[in-house]
Design a protein around this ligand. Structure first.
Ligand SMILES: Nc1nc2c(ncn2[C@@H]2O[C@H](COP(=O)(O)OP(=O)(O)O)[C@@H](O)[C@H]2O)c(=O)[nH]1
Ligand SMILES: Nc1ncnc2c1ncn2[C@@H]1O[C@H](COP(=O)(O)OP(=O)(O)O)[C@@H](O)[C@H]1O
Length: 211
């Protein structure tokens, strides 16, 4: 049996951070450079930002549609963030994990807690921190997507979000983006080799140790 045929269960790779710390930047790069991970596309009621694509960045839905999905038990988890609803649709992901597909989640600490409770063995939780609050503010302004009011609200929430750092398996400071990305990649690579995820290992080892 060749090692490249070993079956592995997919993992749920969660990236969270205070808004503006850089998780979207890291997530996009991971998706572009890693052929084995796919984005879990959340549903949200918040308006689309310039440059965002419906069905790729989010499924942009009305509050009525969102409420219907909640009623139909269509979400792994959902939460209210910044006055809008966000949720992780269940369909697709369950089947994908079984087939060895990895998924990337850009969700907040509330969603992370819920996902961890429901699927602990599959979940890897990574928290991205900004190098300072001043730099976080600069990044939010520099991104140019939010009004001064929204930026103030995000900054006001940042410290509360940072206080949930201890609900994560890994914490990485995003000072230099290359360094941060490299570390996130290393976490993903190592987690893929976890013994418990490599479901084909038993047969492989049995063959190696055949007497
Ligand atoms: N619980 C949960 N949070 C989500 C989901 N999708 C996005 N979020 C979080 O909602 C927050 C706001 O996201 P967004 O409006 O894209 O703005 P961002 O802060 O610039 O990323 C972020 O903290 C996301 O991680 C989801 O499906 N569930
Ligand atoms: N290491 C970094 N150094 C400087 N700017 C960064 C870094 N990482 C991200 N940024 C910039 O900061 C802004 C916020 O990043 P983004 O990925 O949108 O954050 P989040 O998804 O956490 O809200 C963007 O304009 C992005 O280009």
């Amino acid at each position: 049996m060749a090692t490249d045929t070993l079956h592995r269960r997919g993992l749920m790779f969660i990236l969270s951070s205070p808004s503006g710390a850089g998780k979207t930047t890291i997530a996009r790069r991971l998706l572009a450079e890693d052929g084995e991970i796919a984005m879990s596309v959340s549903a949200t009621t918040r308006p689309m930002r310039p440059g965002e694509v419906d069905g790729k960045d989010y499924h942009f839905v009305s509050q009525t549609e969102f409420d219907r999905m909640v009623e139909d038990n269509g979400f792994y988890e959902w939460a209210h963030v910044f006055g809008h609803s966000y949720g992780t649709p269940k369909a697709q992901i369950r089947a994908g994990l079984k087939d060895g597909q990895d998924y990337l989640f850009d969700i907040d600490w509330q969603g992370t807690q819920q996902l961890h409770q429901k699927a602990q063995a599959d979940v890897v939780r990574v928290f991205i921190l900004p190098p300072s609050l001043e730099e976080l503010h600069r990044r939010l302004i520099g991104r140019g997507t939010d009004s001064a009011e929204v930026i103030a609200a995000r900054m006001a929430r940042a410290q509360a979000e940072i206080s949930h750092w201890d609900g994560y398996d890994y914490v990485v400071v995003n000072d230099d983006v290359e360094t941060c990305f490299g570390k996130v990649r290393e976490i993903l690579d190592a987690e893929r080799m976890r013994r418990t995820r490599q479901t084909g290992l038993i047969d492989f080892v049995r063959e190696l140790t055949r007497g």
